[in-house]
Design a protein around this ligand. Sequence first.
Ligand SMILES: Nc1ncnc2c1ncn2[C@@H]1O[C@H](COP(=O)(O)OP(=O)(O)OP(=O)(O)O)[C@@H](O)[C@H]1O
Length: 497
Amino acid sequence: MSDTLLTMRNISKRFGATQALKDVHFDVKAGKILALVGENGAGKSTLMKVLSGAHSPDSGAMQLCGKPYSPAGPHEARLAGISMIYQELNLAPDLSVEDNIMLGREDSVAGFLSRSEQYPRVRDALAKLGHPGLKPHTLVRELSIAAQQLVEIARALVFDSKVVVFDEPTSSLTQHDVRHLFKVINQLKEQGLGIIYISHFLEEVREIGDEYAVLRDGESVGSGSLEGTSEEDIVRLMVGRDVNELFPQVPHTPGETVVQISNLSGEKIPRKVELNIRRGEILGISGLVGAGRTELIRCMYGLDPIRTGQVKVNNIDVRPTPANMIERGIGIVSEDRKQEGLAQNCSISDNITFSNLAPYSSFGLLNLNKRYQAVLKWMQKLQVKAHSPEQMLVELSGGNQQKVALARVMHQEADIFLFDEPTRGIDVGTKSEIYRQMGELAAQDKAIVFVSSYLTELLAVCDRIAVMSRGQLLEVRPRADWTEESLMSVAISGEAL
Ligand SMILES: Nc1ncnc2c1ncn2[C@@H]1O[C@H](COP(=O)(O)OP(=O)(O)OP(=O)(O)O)[C@@H](O)[C@H]1O
């Protein structure tokens, strides 16, 4: 008997001029974790949207548990046994854990199961996840991201899912929560479910996955067992060539202090931060999720109110407001590109150039051709996958939108860059290009603040690294004085080793 749960054959999907999927073949086995990898825009999300009924394919066929499967929409897919756990969780924050878990489970006479029938099922699902603190009556908005993710997984269990898709599930989790999540995923696997795991972190893929499937430009280019397959082999399949330097080094020399932060406190966090940022330097900021890294750069930029403190730019006191900071040459790429920074219904050109139209304007007229050529260069530099600079942002894959956010701030010709998780959701090939761009900015005497949860990249590209813990900035040391262990230990214990 075959242990194949799901087969997708010859799946094709076109959006206007973009052939997002072309004759894709994809198999998921019971009790296996299949890593789905590929560059930004390779077609991973589109393939998963076909699987989950959000898109209907132009051609191709699917089978689930040996039977033809063609869901009319996401709800039908869920009832058939396909569950999706996205990065941006899909829960109702004002409903309880229990109500969220049961939402859409309309298989009782009255439309919903009665509460007394619901309870044991919910408790059973939560017990399987090994998280006793997750109470059925708690409101979802009161839970941490990791606990909310477990609610989504419990929903998958209550729906008797056959295949569960995890789309970049660890990007907002602490190390501790990642470990717990991996345990839970392995439990699901042991129960015979088929798991699809999407991630740009190949270390993670190798740790959790049994098998891999690679998409490139919408086509299946390789699949097999992860045992005996190296990271280099996978990168080669993804990119279509060898990527020699994952962390390119551009020589640069840190110079004088350009920003001085003293006694900076936000409404809750950060607390009493003292920090100097230098020209020609990449300054990393490490710490656990929730330690106050994002809040620090938001307060400094004037996006969040401050309670106390002073920010000096080039030795001049500046009241932190976005307008003041832009005027002083400070650019930011925020962690939440959907809420801030990018206009989804505008073109790539507009998004990249809105904050600096001067190079293309004369006598009040915009030279569109000049702008088109300039944007094309930025797109090539950061490998933005789109068919034209005039394409709407909303049509780009998540990672390609992130590249546009980075191109926008670099195009703004800022002097000081605040990057909050700039490589999140970005494929390995482009990550290395972003590190190089940062190095080049530092070589041009710009100052770069680089907030990241990915210790490997901080240790590879920063000159100094600061660690935050519980709202405080604890230690700033040259990169050579840190290791992954010491960074982690300070972040967790709040004390230097
Ligand atoms: N609704 C849409 N309209 C037009 N084009 C689209 C749409 N959705 C996806 N695309 C295009 O299809 C291609 C595949 O995108 P998809 O989101 O599947 O990539 P991905 O592999 O998930 O990328 P990422 O790693 O960045 O999330 C891209 O070129 C994207 O621009």
